[in-house]
Design a protein around this ligand. Structure first.
Ligand SMILES: *Cc1c(COP(=O)(O)O)cnc(C)c1O
Length: 352
């Protein structure tokens, strides 16, 4: 079986975890501080603040940006649930707008049209590892702050790395992402006030121990997870290069039989996603040959019951759930694996 995703954990991660377990510091401590400093330097931001996962990173970034009940946050309907549930967790209303033509990220023109006096933030999602068109989006947003959902785009770089383009950037280190800590998340920002607010909110609203200035959460990362993250961060560029190399091989071999993705805007290929009219049959054919694949995502966010009241008209996005299919592109694939996937797709869809 060729899996759709595979976390790569090596001896170095195991040694570092063993070292931290022996150090006596297990919860947020020196490893988290070191991971934050290294992640901020990598993204080119002044601050990075570690959290329990990507969802809590988004929740805290929204709260730190001042998003509160009654506010509106513009985002995409074609993403993972947390992109919009985090907006609801902050008490605000997700305003779903359509995607750019022939792409998977927000259409800046649709964002402009949706801005109202209640718009408190815009949340682009760098879906599949491709940056949103951030120059156009920044222009569209004018003074409205941007919070990047960079949970699929660690290391993507076009005019600055993912996480450095707006007021804040949010990352996930779930095992299937471009780098992992098991579970984990990060908020990046250049803004001192946002950083201070995130630091306070992730630790029960404390400014210092037992000095509770507001209600908060326990959204802290452990030193055990941070130790894994520090090693993974050093490997990230190599992982991303392997993802891009696999993607290029697919595109060169498959462009004449399925709709392949375009490599642009710093793409780090969290997913390699094709489109096909015969998606379901193609998926079954791959499964029968022992090839894992994924449908990201089988429905739009406003089709989920808790978000149904925010349904919108987004025809470009609406065409995607029935057509998209992600092929294995992770750095654990061998050259032979990539060839096996190519042969299987071509066998299903031979050229005339
Ligand atoms: C993974 C992901 C998240 C949530 O991250 P978790 O660490 O699983 O909470 C949010 N948004 C997007 C686009 C993601 O892919």
């Amino acid at each position: 079986m060729i899996p759709i995703a595979e976390p790569l954990i090596g001896d170095e991660e195991q040694r570092e975890v063993a070292r931290v377990l022996g150090s006596g510091s297990l919860a947020q401590g020196p490893e988290v501080a070191a991971f934050e400093a290294e992640f901020a330097a990598y993204c080119g931001t002044k601050h990075a603040l570690a959290t329990t996962n990507g969802t809590t990173a988004l929740h805290l970034a929204l709260l730190a940006a001042g998003v509160s009940p009654g506010d509106e946050v513009i985002t995409t309907p074609f993403s993972f649930f947390a992109s919009a549930s985090s907006i609801r967790m902050a008490g605000a209303k997700p305003v779903f707008v359509d995607l750019e033509r022939d792409g998977y990220t927000l259409d800046p023109a649709a964002v402009v049209a949706a801005i109202t006096p209640r718009t408190k933030a815009v949340m682009p999602v760098h879906l599949y590892g491709e940056l949103c068109d951030m120059d156009a989006l920044r222009e569209a947003c004018d003074t409205v702050p941007i919070i990047e959902d960079a949970c699929q785009a660690h290391g993507a770089e076009a005019g600055g790395r993912a996480g450095s383009h707006g007021l804040a950037g949010c990352f996930s280190f779930y095992p299937t992402k471009n780098m992992t800590t098991g579970e984990g998340g990060m908020v990046t920002t250049d803004d001192d006030d946002v950083a201070a607010a995130v630091a306070q909110l992730r630790a029960h609203g404390q400014s210092e121990r037992y000095e509770h200035l507001q209600l908060g959460f326990n959204y802290r990362m452990t030193d055990i997870a941070a130790a894994i993250g520090r090693v993974q961060l050093r490997k990230l560029d190599g992982y991303n290069e392997a993802r891009r190399a696999n993607a290029r091989r697919y595109s060169a071999a498959l462009a004449d039989c399925v709709q392949v993705p375009t490599e642009r805007r710093g793409h780090v290929f969290h997913q390699y996603t094709i489109q096909s009219d015969a998606r379901d049959a193609l998926r079954e054919h791959l499964t029968a040959r022992g090839i894992g694949s994924g449908i990201y995502y089988p429905a739009l966010l406003y089709e989920a019951r808790p978000l149904a009241e925010f349904a919108a008209l987004t025809p470009r996005a609406a065409a995607l759930p029935a057509r998209v299919l992600s092929l294995p592109v992770h750095p654990g694939l061998s050259e032979e694996d990539v060839g096996t996937v190519i042969d299987a797709v071509r066998d299903f869809a031979p050229t005339a």
